[in-house]
Design a binder for this molecule. Structure first.
Ligand SMILES: [Zn+2]
Length: 295
């Protein structure tokens, strides 16, 4: 079992996602800031405690990432969903882990939410994520939950002040009347407060095997908050290199803070911040991820 975890975990594509996962053992070993025992050591020392120790990550062999970004114009979401048929299809394909959606790039939530009912997809016909998790767990299929981070159309349409601003003073990403959800949110904004409340409720209402936190990358932001923060630290915000270095620390600080917060909610769920690429630039935040997922 431990040898298996050393290497790539195979997976199959669902709609758009093909993910490979590997344990961060080598990356952890390369991390200059590592502290204490290796995160998998508790499992090796006492496999009997594997399911309860903080260091364990229960990656499976065949993992599917089920992309599910659904605009508010799509109706009857989940209407034809048949839990047992869903599980049978996964079992038939030997899938033992499937990432399902908590909140997508359109900003919509796919489970019953009391805290943010306005964000529940307007045409969601059932408590979809909960039903997916329940039937998958019944058949021993793991279900990491997808949560969007920096792309969220619902949020940026209502809170434009949370979007990143370019050095030329424009909204980062897509223009106001363009389709899509490609306007990045600044990680140095009150959005983080929403995100934490959203995650807190998620852990209350569904079992969370893991989190796939999508679109998290170093930012180059000249919004009022970032500019003020740079000025307070004697960083020249007009200097592109200095601004990008600050933006990198903002993103890394966000990951450290959010992982610490998630660990107050759950000690052992898997966590991965997806920025599209996994490479040496991520060494400072190796410890914020539980595993790597390669697109
Ligand atoms: Zn900013």
């Amino acid at each position: 079992m431990s040898d298996r975890r050393l290497f790539l975990k195979t997976s199959a594509a669902a709609t758009t996602g093909l993910a490979l996962q590997l344990l961060s053992r080598r990356a952890w070993a390369l991390s200059p800031g590592r502290r204490g025992p290796a995160p998998w050591s508790a499992t090796q020392a006492n496999p009997a405690q594997a399911s309860s120790v903080a260091g364990r990550v229960d990656l499976r062999f065949r993992q599917v990432h089920l992309d599910f970004h659904t605009s508010e114009q799509i109706r009857d979401v989940g209407r034809a969903f048949d839990p047992e048929r869903f599980a049978a299809m996964l079992k038939g394909a030997a899938v033992d882990s499937v990432t399902c959606f908590g909140r997508c790039h359109h900003g919509y939530i796919y489970y019953d939410t009391a805290k943010f009912p306005e964000r529940r997809h307007p045409h969601l016909t059932r408590n979809l994520l909960k039903e997916q998790i329940d039937v998958c767990h019944k058949h021993d299929i793991r279900v990491p939950i997808y949560i969007t981070i920096q792309w969220d159309r619902y949020t940026v349409d209502r809170e434009p002040g949370w979007r990143q601003i370019t050095a030329s003073g424009e909204l980062q990403g897509q223009k106001p009347f363009e389709p899509g959800f490609y306007g990045r949110i600044c990680l140095n904004s009150p959005y983080i407060d929403f995100l934490k409340a959203h995650l807190a409720e998620l852990f209350e209402v569904v079992p969370v095997d893991g989190l796939f936190l999508d679109i998290v990358a170093p930012q180059d932001c000249a919004c009022a908050r970032c500019t003020a923060a740079m000025t307070a630290r004697a960083v020249d915000a007009s200097n592109a290199d200095a601004r990008k270095a600050f933006g990198r620390e903002v993103a890394f600080g966000f990951q450290r803070d959010l992982t610490a917060y998630i660990r107050t909610l759950d000690r052992s769920c898997s966590i991965f911040y997806n920025g599209g690429h996994v490479g040496p630039a991520l060494r400072p935040v190796v410890g914020t991820n539980k595993q790597w997922v390669i697109e």
